[in-house]
Design a protein around this ligand. Structure first.
Ligand SMILES: *Cc1c(COP(=O)(O)O)cnc(C)c1O
Length: 376
């Protein structure tokens, strides 16, 4: 008999710095009485991110969704954009808010990122960009995507909401493509309560993004474009800035949790563990996705998901349903049968992983999964 958890275990839990460090930072904000509108903490934080990512151009936002919306708008994307249905719904929402038609194509089965082989057949005269997602922090196949983008004169934009801290050959993934968006939402691996970041190589975009996130104000009396309000606050930047030095430690802790899960679950029939990354990739262990094969595991993913709740474990079915199956996008025609995406969406389960989840707790989660399987 295995015991349920006394307190609920959620799929993630935000990492918090020592409260006194945060309070000390707040004193600076109180002293300045500058709470938002590109204040000194936001300015300093942007500089910290520039040097952390080794990239010149960064722009901070109050959340990732608005960052992506503004990123698309600032690049002048229109018409059709080829994207993935296997993501958080905001990826497609950002297109919709720019009156862009999403064209969904399938994902590849190992890393769940957009399948480059499906892209060319989806290109039409109206296609202007590819919006790809580094799902669970797994880097997209950038070499092939950028080749296709170049060949067809398309922009290449990354929803990198999951991918903060990921590096390829020691270089941040933020350098990929025309634009990358990172989310600093509390549920992500690294956060600023809520927050968003755009990184890009074309320095000319900075001015446009700055206008767009601040109502299009040039000065007190001139508005040069119909912008919105998407600015990061000082308190958000303070949290982001205080947490940045902890990122390596957070990733290391997640890495050992990830390996413990793999060690404990590798012998369990019907659980497919994540594929190992190439050695050139420094992964961030943002999520712990497994696939449940019903006939070998003995029960379906949904049955296991429900059963885990009885033990106070709240795993998540990321991403299910597919974005194209939500009522608000159901009317969009999809040519691609999305075989892999549908298959993955019906088998995937992301298990709890966060800095602060103890090895004992991970072992107990695994014991419970094994117990549930045996007793079903
Ligand atoms: C979280 C997330 C977003 C949205 O970011 P917010 O900061 O919550 O607005 C977009 N895309 C993906 C893939 C995400 O996981």
């Amino acid at each position: 008999m295995v015991e349920p958890f006394k307190n609920p275990i959620y799929v993630t839990r935000p990492f918090l710095p020592p409260l006194k460090d945060f309070c000390k930072g707040l004193e600076e904000v109180w002293d300045s009485r500058w709470l938002t509108n590109n204040g000194p903490v936001v300015t300093r934080y942007a500089q910290e991110l520039r040097s952390f990512l080794a990239i010149d151009n960064v722009c901070l936002f109050n959340n990732g969704t608005l960052a992506l919306q503004i990123g698309l708008q600032g690049l002048g994307i229109s018409g059709e954009v080829i994207t993935t249905p296997f993501s958080f719904v905001a990826t497609t929402h950002a297109l919709y808010w720019n009156k862009i038609r999403p064209v969904f194509v399938d994902i590849e089965p190992d890393f769940y990122t957009i399948d480059p082989e499906k892209i060319e057949e989806a290109i039409t005269p109206w296609t202007t960009a590819i919006l790809a997602v580094h799902v669970f922090g797994n880097p997209c196949n950038h070499d092939i995507l950028s080749e296709i983008a170049k060949k067809h004169n398309l922009r290449l934009i990354y929803d990198a909401a999951h991918a903060f801290g990921v590096q390829i050959n020691g270089k941040s993934i933020a350098h990929y493509g025309d634009l990358s968006m990172f989310s600093f939402h509390a549920t992500k691996l690294y956060h600023s309560f809520e927050g968003g970041l755009l990184t890009f190589n074309d320095a000319k975009l900075t001015r446009i993004f700055d206008y767009l996130k601040n109502f299009g104000f040039e000065n007190e009396v001139e508005v040069v474009m119909p912008g919105t309000n998407a600015k990061m606050t000082e308190v958000q930047a303070l949290m982001g800035s205080i947490l940045l030095p902890y990122l390596d430690k957070m990733i290391q802790e997640r890495e050992s949790i990830y390996h413990l899960y793999c060690e404990r679950l590798k012998e369990v029939a019907g659980i497919r563990l994540p594929i190992k990354h190439a050695p050139s990739i420094q992964y961030n262990y943002a999520y712990m996705p497994v696939e449940i094969e019903e006939c070998r595991f003995g029960m379906s993913r949904d049955q296991l998901y429900e059963k885990l709740k009885e033990y106070n474990i709240y795993a998540r079915r990321y991403f299910y349903p597919l974005i194209c199956d939500f009522p608000c996008y159901k009317n969009i025609q999809v040519q691609d049968p999305l075989r892999t995406a549908r298959n993955v969406a019906s088998h995937i389960l992301t298990l709890p992983i966060y800095a602060g989840l103890s090895p004992d707790e991970v072992n107990q989660i695994c014991d419970i999964i094994i117990f549930i399987q045996k007793n079903h």
